[in-house]
Design a protein around this ligand. Structure first.
Ligand code: C2O
Ligand code: CU
Ligand code: CU
Length: 453
């Protein structure tokens, strides 16, 4: 069955199969006009900013050749896929400047919105910030039989914040304050475009939302408060759609929603925003300035043409392979903490800061565990695990969010909160990592080696 190789979306958005061969992604530096009239040096993968959208079918071979034309080491991590450890893009498994390597493995995950980005130790934040991150969309037959909005009605939206500089550059130069909270920008970019305007039809759309920010947690909502249906989280479709008017998405998390623009009069616009909140957590008042929790406009949808009448969503979307939390045979605790000043060793999980040669966590393949993730610090931390998907069982702070009712690989842990997960590694034995997906925190050592045996 593994014949087609990677399917890549070209600049037109159409799919083409690379018959029997690898898709080559060249990592290089190039110039783009991001802000009108200004030239910005960015990093591209596949000659695209943001990185090229890859589409693969479940049970196909992902077959990508990375050519590193940067002047620094890089690699690719396939965020959300349980890739074999040798293809997972471990922080120490990098491609030197000028080097090449192949990533080739079977995609076993169900249809969903995954993504890829570099993961070199200490350089992830800088490389993602300058442009290296792209969608990896997995499709399968069961999903395609559902009749969800597709083609031009299926929009992957990479949500990011960037700091607008007078010269238009995306120079990565975090201040000590940025190292504490993570680098937060004052400009919202969608698919690399600030103040993006999307012309849409008066119809239903499937929006694939990915928070690809370095550090900004987003409270994604439409400015007019319109309802949408949440249909998928990190690891694919939920069992059924759940209505919502807002979603918290931390860096690394994805959610798919279906939104209906059909009732809008032609010519009307509605903004997608990250609404204001307190970085202390939901319900804790509002944030200020451009810091964590600041209001940030993302994109404007302009309803500019008539479209097909939306079809009702199927009552059942999928049967995600959920775990029964009662079947866990061990409990582990991960305590995320940080202390001042934000120098070496300040960001820790269980008191430890990343050491390449030390294996911190050893788990048995096939054995289900309960993980309690505790946040003792005053900052939100998105907890991310490589090598499997997990399930959120409960949060001490509030109810589960709609997109947390399916499989996940990244979960937001608010200050003072404990989040309980059901987790099992089934696929491959070998060395992975788990870490905070605030990329400044990750690069500062909020990451552990995890060995599956
Ligand atoms: Cu999206 Cu280990 O990362
Ligand atoms: Cu990952
Ligand atoms: Cu963190």
């Amino acid at each position: 069955m593994a014949t087609a190789g990677a399917l890549a979306a070209g600049p037109t958005g159409r799919l083409f199969a690379q018959a029997g061969g690898a898709t080559t992604l060249v990592a290089s530096s190039s110039q783009r006009e991001i802000w009108p009239g200004q030239v910005t040096t960015v990093l591209t993968l596949g000659d695209s900013f943001p990185s090229r959208t890859l589409r693969v079918r479940r049970w196909d071979l992902l077959d990508v050749e990375l050519q590193n034309d940067l002047r620094e080491p890089t690699n690719i991590h396939w965020h959300g896929l349980a890739a074999p450890p040798e293809d997972d893009g471990h922080p120490m498994d990098v491609v030197p400047a000028g080097g090449r390597r192949a990533y080739r493995f079977l995609v076993e995950e169900p249809a969903g919105t995954y993504w890829y980005h570099p993961h070199p130790d200490g350089r992830t934040a800088s490389q993602v910030y300058r442009g290296l991150a792209g969608f990896l969309i997995v499709e399968d037959e069961a999903e395609q039989a559902l009749g969800l909005p597709s083609g031009e009605f299926d929009l992957p939206l990479l949500l990011q914040d960037r700091r607008r500089r007078a010269d238009g550059s995306l120079t990565y130069a975090p201040t000590p304050m940025d190292l504490m909270s993570g680098l937060l920008g004052d400009a919202g970019l969608v698919n690399g475009v600030p103040q993006s305007v999307l012309d849409v039809a008066a119809s239903a759309y499937r929006l694939r939302l990915l928070n690809g920010s370095n550090a900004r947690v987003m409270r994604v909502a439409f400015e007019d408060g319109r309802r949408f249906d949440v249909i998928a989280g990190d690891g694919g479709l939920l069992d059924q759609a759940i209505g919502a008017t807002e979603l918290w998405l931390a860096p690394g998390e994805r959610a798919e929603v279906v939104v209906d623009f059909s009732a809008a009069t032609l010519g009307r616009s509605v903004r997608l925003v990250s609404a204001a909140f307190s970085s202390a957590g939901p319900g804790m008042g509002m944030g200020g300035g451009a810091g964590q929790g600041a209001f940030l406009p993302l994109a404007t949808f302009r309803v500019s043409r008539p479209g097909p009448a939306p079809r009702p969503l199927p009552a059942r979307l999928a049967m995600p392979a959920l775990l029964d939390p009662a079947r866990a045979s061990a409990t582990r605790r991960f305590v995320m903490d940080m202390r001042m000043p934000p120098g070496a060793g300040a960001f820790t999980i269980n008191g430890l800061s990343f050491e390449p040669d030390r294996v911190d966590v050893k788990v048995e393949r096939g054995v289900q565990e309960t993980w309690e993730v505790v946040n003792l610090s005053g900052e939100p931390h998105p907890f991310h695990v490589h090598g499997t998907q997990f399930q959120v069982v409960r949060r001490s702070g509030q109810a589960l969010m709609p997109h947390e009712r399916g499989l996940k690989d990244t979960v937001l842990v608010w200050p003072g909160e404990t989040v309980e997960l059901a987790i099992r590694f089934e696929r491959h034995a070998g060395l992975y990592v788990l870490h905070c997906h605030n990329l400044e925190h990750e690069d500062a050592g909020m990451m552990l080696n995890l060995e599956v045996r």
